[in-house]
Design a protein around this ligand. Structure first.
Ligand SMILES: Cc1cc2nc3c(=O)[nH]c(=O)nc-3n(C[C@H](O)[C@H](O)[C@H](O)COP(=O)(O)OP(=O)(O)OC[C@H]3O[C@@H](n4cnc5c(N)ncnc54)[C@H](O)[C@@H]3O)c2cc1C
Length: 486
């Protein structure tokens, strides 16, 4: 059995665990009800990884798992269930934790969306399904809080597990010294090239036509078909090596080697940088992702501050399109640490977008490639004008490209690394020097994988469930994930 409760005290006064829906074994609407049960395992965070682990453990009917989730159950919520409606949840505190970063490039404080609901970030995501390259998982070298990359280090630090200096400043007594907690934060960084198309070329802006929207809504409600069933877009990958000159490749690698030899670079980070260099020098690494989104975007700092990046479709004008290159293996490392012993105070989050010059160089090379595609015989005839970067940025010049990516860079919502395997948890995902506690979510990825990461989060959760079952003598009925080819 899995019992699930929200931890925000909005349980509606119900005491005791009850079967709320047929699809969930049991829901407790308040803390008292939840605490009236005995559990074999408690999962903190009913998100992507947390629910997968809970579901696997309860394949044995004798095992009782309690899941604590701070967001609400949003089963049957049309915003969650309609793939194309996901943008309406970004920045909405009913669905999004609405974290803020410290100032990034151009002094902008980014809005960092994280799902707040049963299902976690998978309840508000784009649903792009991408798996990482084989090499990404080999780089980890084969490996239960599940609260995500921001909240898992927060919970550890609030519990006195972390860097003694950080804990002292926040007024928390240090119980276990584990300086890696909250370090090593990484995200994929994306920039944009915005286009206005010539009349007659149709993109998602067509949905701004009331008749089209009505027909699409009818198709979705009555037959679960049509454009509202998906987030439109397409993507592919290219190695950095394929889009830069050998000289520029050498220059980029040299700047990383300098970081490696700096006195404050830890052995863990040095090793990760070897992997980044190997990707940059590879003929087939997926280190640049290219995304095409057939819609308009808000290219202002305000869009980044609020996550209102996607304006409503507009059929009264020429239709729009966005090309977005995204950096997959960042050199930059950020952090996420508590500033107070009060759990309701958000941590200080620094995703360190483009902090290291190698990241600027790689992303600028991706932008250059996209700029060149707009000049090809296939695309050029469709384009009316480039709407972003501004015409004053000459994308044929390296210096302008580098400034352009700093003007507008956003996270791809793929935050990882703050409870990294090797530093904070061991290869069985157990928190070092602490008994009976594991972390299973995107925070345990030691370094990044290519592409959107939800599939990798599920992989970690499946593996973790098997490890827990092994350790506790619970039969593993599910397919052995270690034998599944990724
Ligand atoms: C807007 C957006 C779009 C994305 N698009 C894609 C995509 O298209 N494809 C893709 O592959 N990936 C995508 N991702 C990334 C992917 O969804 C996430 O990386 C993944 O879901 C993270 O899983 P997780 O288990 O680490 O954390 P989460 O799924 O975020 O789960 C953490 C859970 O813990 C809960 N929690 C936090 N603190 C507490 C507490 N103190 N007590 C109780 N509960 C707590 C949270 O409310 C949340 O439910 C997207 C992410 C976002 C935010």
């Amino acid at each position: 059995m899995t019992a699930t409760t929200d931890t925000n005290g909005q349980g509606g006064g119900l005491y005791g665990i009850y079967n709320a829906t047929e699809s969930l074994p049991a829901l407790a609407a308040c803390a008292r009800g939840f605490l009236s049960e005995n559990y074999d395992f408690i999962v903190i965070g009913g998100g992507t990884a947390g629910l997968a682990v809970a579901a696997r453990l309860t394949e044995d009917p004798e095992v009782v798992v309690g899941v604590l989730e701070v967001g609400k159950s949003r089963l049957d919520d049309p915003l969650v269930d309609s793939p194309a409606a996901f943008v309406q949840m970004l920045g909405n505190p009913e669905y999004d934790h609405c974290f803020k970063s410290v100032p990034q490039q151009r002094g902008i404080e980014h809005h960092l969306s994280r799902g707040k609901a049963l299902g976690g970030s998978s309840a508000i995501n784009y649903m792009m399904y991408v798996r990482g390259s084989d090499a990404d998982y080999d780089d980890w070298a084969t490996l239960v809080g599940d609260s995500g990359t921001i909240n898992s280090p927060q919970i550890l630090e609030l519990s006195g597990i972390g860097d003694p200096e950080i804990l002292k400043q926040a007024g928390v007594e240090c119980k276990v010294e584990l300086p890696g907690v909250g370090r090593n934060l990484q995200d994929h960084a994306v920039t944009v090239l915005g286009l206005e198309l010539k009349p007659g070329n149709i993109t998602s802006d067509i949905m701004g036509d009331p008749d089209t929207m009505e027909a699409a809504t009818r198709a979705y409600v009555e037959h679960q078909r049509g454009p509202l069933t998906s987030v439109s877009g397409t993507q592919g990958f290219l190695p950095y090596k394929a889009v830069v000159s050998p000289d520029n490749l050498e220059k980029t690698v040299k700047s990383i080697r300098e970081k490696q030899s700096a006195s404050d670079t830890t052995p863990f980070y040095k090793q990760q940088l070897n992997q980044v260099i190997a990707h940059l020098e590879s003929d087939k690494s997926a280190n640049l992702q290219y995304i095409l989104i057939p819609a308009g975007a808000d290219y202002t700092a305000e869009g980044l501050r609020t996550q209102k990046v996607w304006p409503p479709p507009d059929n009264t004008r020429n239709h729009r399109m966005v090309l977005g290159p995204a950096l997959q293996y960042p050199v930059s490392r950020g952090s996420c640490h508590i500033k107070s012993a009060d759990p309701s105070v958000h941590p200080i989050i620094d995703p360190a977008y483009l902090k290291h010059p190698a990241d600027v160089a790689v992303l600028a090379a991706g932008l250059h490639f996209m700029h060149k595609t707009t000049k090809t015989k296939h695309l050029a005839p469709l384009i009316q004008s480039r709407t972003y970067p501004a015409a004053s940025r000459d994308l044929d010049k390296a210096a302008d490209r580098e400034e352009a990516v700093k003007d507008w860079v956003m996270g791809e919502y793929h935050l990882i690394g703050t409870c990294a395997m090797g530093e904070v948890v061991d290869s069985r995902l157990r928190v070092k020097d602490v008994q009976g506690l594991r972390v299973v979510d995107a925070s345990v990825f030691p370094n990044h994988v290519s592409g959107n990461i939800c599939s990798s989060v599920y992989t970690v959760a499946e593996k973790a469930a098997d490890l827990i079952k092994e350790d506790w003598g619970i039969a593993i009925d599910a397919p052995d994930i270690a034998k599944v080819k990724l």
